[in-house]
Ligand binder design. Structure first.
Ligand code: ATP
Length: 317
């Protein structure tokens, strides 16, 4: 096999709590991450030259070294130089469907797909844990994207514990194409506005992050009680993003006012906003109503649903 096509799903945050600033300069987070079936398709193919090439049809996706998928390939070359010498370079094709810079881990899931794809291309036989460890070098959301599903993520987001899977909950997702929120800005502003959250004692931070394991939303997920889950959605970053971005606030309020929406929240550092709804027909109706209320071409709207998988092989040649 010299070429693979992989499905790389996006994620939403059902829960995001900023526990505090860690002594190493990162934030200690407690999150619940959920894969959705809105996905990119990633092609990986061996090249006879020793280069890494990235192509994408999407104008907002960089094709140079700033692309996280490129960096994933570069990491594999660095980690496995002998295998690289044997198999040659890699061509990566990104068929982008996930909105870019949306808080949906688009770049991270592309990088995860490249790790999985090169593992297959080069017959490395890496375990999920090994792939997740490589992913953690690239970014906090990459390890989750490997296996996906419904997961508690603590630490910087890279410490994962799986939860019972939540399949087929319908979601309407909205994002203004040209609106970007810097993740670094969101966290910095949160820190400035909500005081000094620096806690010296790492053990205390970790204990507080781990408290999410016995939290109300985890119980709701264990019971597969969608209404209860929807009522317990939470994202600390809304406190800084919503006041600064009226368009995001408007989407939140519009979703909340729709019949059939059982819960709505911003994902990650935004600006995408999602709503959990009872059924697919309702999701389609809600999408149409939002479109009618905001007839702006810049607003992208999707009907999607939760899924229990991360990176998946679509085809191999
Ligand atoms: P996260 O939820 O992990 O914070 P995100 O969904 O907010 O990520 P991305 O879609 O990954 O954000 O895009 C953030 C920026 O990263 C973009 O502005 C883009 O320039 C750059 N980028 C690098 N690699 C990719 C990629 N493979 N796909 C999309 N954007 C990428």
């Amino acid at each position: 096999m010299r070429s693979y096509t992989l499905i790389a799903p996006a994620k939403i945050n059902l829960y995001l709590e900023i526990i505090g600033d860690r002594p190493d300069g990162f934030h200690e987070l407690a999150m619940i991450l959920q894969s959705i079936d809105l996905a990119d398709q990633i092609g990986v193919r061996s090249l006879s030259t020793d280069t890494i090439r990235v192509h994408s049809q999407h104008t907002q996706v960089p094709t140079d070294k700033t692309n996280l998928a490129y960096r994933a390939a570069e990491l594999m070359v660095k980690e496995f130089p002998d295998t690289f010498a044997k198999y040659g370079g890699v061509e990566i094709t990104i068929d982008k469907h996930i909105p870019v810079a949306a808080g949906l881990a688009g770049g991270s899931t592309n990088a995860a797909a490249v790790l999985v794809g090169i593992d297959l291309l080069w017959n490395l036989g890496l375990t999920q844990t090994e792939l997740e460890e490589l992913g953690a070098v690239l970014g906090s959301d990459v390890p989750f994207c490997i296996a996906g599903g419904t997961v508690i993520a603590t630490g910087r987001g890279e410490q994962l514990s799986p939860l019972p899977s939540l399949d087929n909950i319908y979601i309407v997702l909205a994002k203004y194409r040209s609106l970007e929120v810097s993740t670094a800005w969101a966290y910095k502003t949160y820190r400035q506005q909500y005081g000094n959250t620096y806690i010296k004692d790492t053990a205390d931070l970790v204990a507080r992050a781990n408290a999410v394991h016995s939290g109300a939303i985890v119980k709701a997920i264990a019971n597969k009680d969608v209404t209860d889950i929807a009522q317990k959605l939470h994202n600390d970053l809304e406190r800084v993003v919503l006041p600064e971005y009226p368009q995001v606030l408007q989407l939140r309020e519009l979703f909340a006012a729709q019949e059939g929406v059982i819960g709505t929240m911003m994902s990650g550092s935004g600006p995408s906003v999602f709503a959990l709804v009872e059924s697919q027909p309702q999701a389609e109706i809600i999408k149409q109503k939002i479109r009618a209320a905001i007839p702006d071409e810049d607003l992208e709207l999707f009907v999607t649903r939760t899924t229990s998988h991360g990176i998946k092989i679509a085809s191999s040649v």
